[in-house]
Ligand binder design. Structure first.
Ligand SMILES: Cc1cc2nc3c(=O)[nH]c(=O)nc-3n(C[C@H](O)[C@H](O)[C@H](O)COP(=O)(O)OP(=O)(O)OC[C@H]3O[C@@H](n4cnc5c(N)ncnc54)[C@H](O)[C@@H]3O)c2cc1C
Length: 506
């Protein structure tokens, strides 16, 4: 591909960048992704050490391989002609509170039956809470994300094609932009269930119920109840491989080890990018999948943006970073182990307090090929602030100390864990920010529902767009895939959107 022929350059191959690039390629655009890392996928990349295949971040997925799933990622894969073999499982996880451990089932009735053993009244209240959110999911589900664009040209499409669905949404207008905390306050008084809802919101958005938008929780409950959860065979990297294959099948390209140093402007418009090795690549459209903070501080000069806009953008608060534990362990005697666990250590501490809530994923219980025979691959992580982390003489000591909450969380599930370890990698916020090229290693923006709006994918610079978790509400794979879809769809004509939909759904 000659550089001057490019229609668009995408900076970064996170799921947001890959989705936007692959969909633009599907529309016939000439696209190149420049990825800084040697491995594609950003937060969702996989890596291998001594035969253990680790997910660096996400491992919890819904509807990757289900034709009725609303997951925007599945819709993109379908459009690209890709599908993913997956393994379905239930219960989707176990929550371990200091006072009780219980299984969480995808099916909401079964979930409530388990909950009723702990709090019968709470289970009734949860049923009311879920009913309201599931009816929002029902209203949303007739408009597939793949059909959406983010400009005024969407209006006639909605009116002509989706009028009945819009009517279904009318009763939900009051909650669609709001916090799920409002619904919780109306329906749930049981303190135990309120903490459970807070926990589920925190796992989704990094914020408790009050800060999490209702549609995000509606989507999560609706998908897991109607479709169920699944895990891609080969791990998260298999998703990335499928997106890269889809990109390349439609003529797009990806360049790894290609760190973009600067977005180049010509007469105030985007002209291309300059790589760290000095190479200049030209295109009239640049889409940044780097976070908003990285894009506006590292890739543009301060004077490239209106001062007010830049300042406001950089003031967006960020969720903390993470401590990670990636382990290879001997699996003998652990045949009944399940794959997902969430451990809350101390009931008197807030669930968002670093180290108090630990997420654990052991995906080799579903896909044995992720670990050498007779072994499991383990990933545990918990929030950790970026501040105070430097590579100084205390770094190793601090690393050991701050990872203890992860070890003790794992010991609740595998008491003799430490005797089983054959490979141990501890990651800090510095590791996270280095490998993911993310500002302070953040999980994403901490914009609480009703307290601010996400900045969208438009920027004040003609030709410059952004995708990924700092564009649309909702951090996580479905939300970032949706950001890529909205961006790509908006960069082509409504007729091209319609033709693509006709091709897929005929
Ligand atoms: C520990 C953890 C667990 C998670 N678990 C789940 C889960 O179970 N389910 C779920 O749905 N979500 C989960 N998430 C969230 C989800 O993984 C992310 O929201 C999502 O993958 C982010 O995608 P993104 O497109 O915004 O960008 P990123 O993944 O951040 O990708 C951005 C890419 O841009 C590249 N880049 C940045 N700057 C440059 C530059 N200058 N030049 C070139 N390339 C550059 C980076 O290298 C990176 O590859 C988890 C996240 C983490 C961290």
């Amino acid at each position: 591909m000659q550089q001057q022929q490019l229609d668009a350059i995408v900076i970064g191959s996170g799921i947001g960048g890959l989705t936007a690039a692959a969909l633009l390629a599907r529309y016939g655009k000439k696209v190149l992704i420049c990825e800084s890392h040697a491995i594609a996928g950003g937060a969702a990349h996989s890596f291998t050490r001594k035969g253990f295949h680790f997910d660096s971040g996400p491992s919890f997925y819904c509807g990757l391989n289900h034709p009725k799933s609303l997951n925007p990622l599945r819709q993109v894969l379908a459009v690209l002609g890709e599908s993913l073999p997956t393994i379905s499982y239930d219960p989707l996880g176990h929550y371990h509170f200091p006072e009780v451990t219980f299984p969480v089932y995808s099916n909401s009735e079964r979930y409530r039956e388990e909950l009723a053993k702990i709090t019968p009244q709470g289970a009734v209240e949860l049923a009311r809470f879920e009913k309201r959110l599931l009816s929002l999911y029902e209203a949303l589900k007739d408009i597939p994300t793949i059909a959406l664009r983010a400009d005024l040209q969407m209006i006639p499409v909605l009116l002509v094609k989706y009028l009945p669905s819009l009517f279904k949404l009318l009763p939900h207008l009051g909650i669609i932009q709001g916090s799920v905390g409002n619904i919780m306050n109306q329906e749930v008084t049981d303190p135990w269930v309120r903490r459970l809802i807070d926990l589920e919101c925190f796992l989704l958005s990094g914020l408790k119920a009050e800060g999490t938008i209702a549609p995000e929780v509606a989507f999560m409950l609706g998908e897991r109840n109607n479709i169920g959860v699944d895990y891609p065979i080969g791990g998260s990297g298999a998703i990335i491989d499928a997106l890269v294959r889809g990109l390349e099948r439609w003529g797009g390209q990806i360049k790894l080890n290609a760190h973009v140093e600067q977005i180049l402007l010509e007469s105030g418009k985007v002209g291309g990018v300059k790589l760290r090795n000095g190479e200049v690549i030209k295109a009239g459209i640049v889409i940044s999948n780097a976070t908003i903070w990285d894009t506006y501080t590292k890739l543009l000069r301060a004077e490239d943006l209106p001062a007010d806009y830049r300042q406001k953008s950089l003031q967006i608060p960020a969720v903390d970073s993470f401590m990670h534990l990636h382990l290879g362990i001997r699996a003998e005697g652990l045949e009944d182990l399940t794959g997902h666990h969430v451990v809350v250590h101390d009931r008197n501490k807030d669930i968002t307090e670093p180290g108090n809530t630990c997420m654990i994923s052991i995906p080799s219980v579903w896909d044995a090929n992720l670990a050498p025979e007779g072994h499991y691959v383990v990933h545990a992580y918990t929030l950790e602030p970026f501040e105070n982390w430097q590579r100084d003489s205390h770094y190793l000591e601090r690393k050991k100390e701050r990872s203890q909450s992860l070890f003790s969380a794992l010991e609740k599930i595998i008491p003799d864990l430490r005797d089983r370890i054959v490979l141990e990698l501890i990651g800090t916020p510095l590791t996270h920010s280095y490998y993911l090229r993310r500002y302070q290693g953040t999980y994403g923006p901490a914009i609480a529902a009703g307290k601010g709006t996400f900045p969208s994918f438009n920027t004040p610079i003609p030709g410059l767009y952004r995708v990924g978790d700092s564009t649309l509400p909702g951090i996580g794979v479905p939300a970032v895939a949706a950001s890529g879809i909205l961006c790509a769809n908006t960069l082509v004509s409504p007729q091209q959107n319609a033709d693509l939909l006709t091709e897929i759904y005929r």
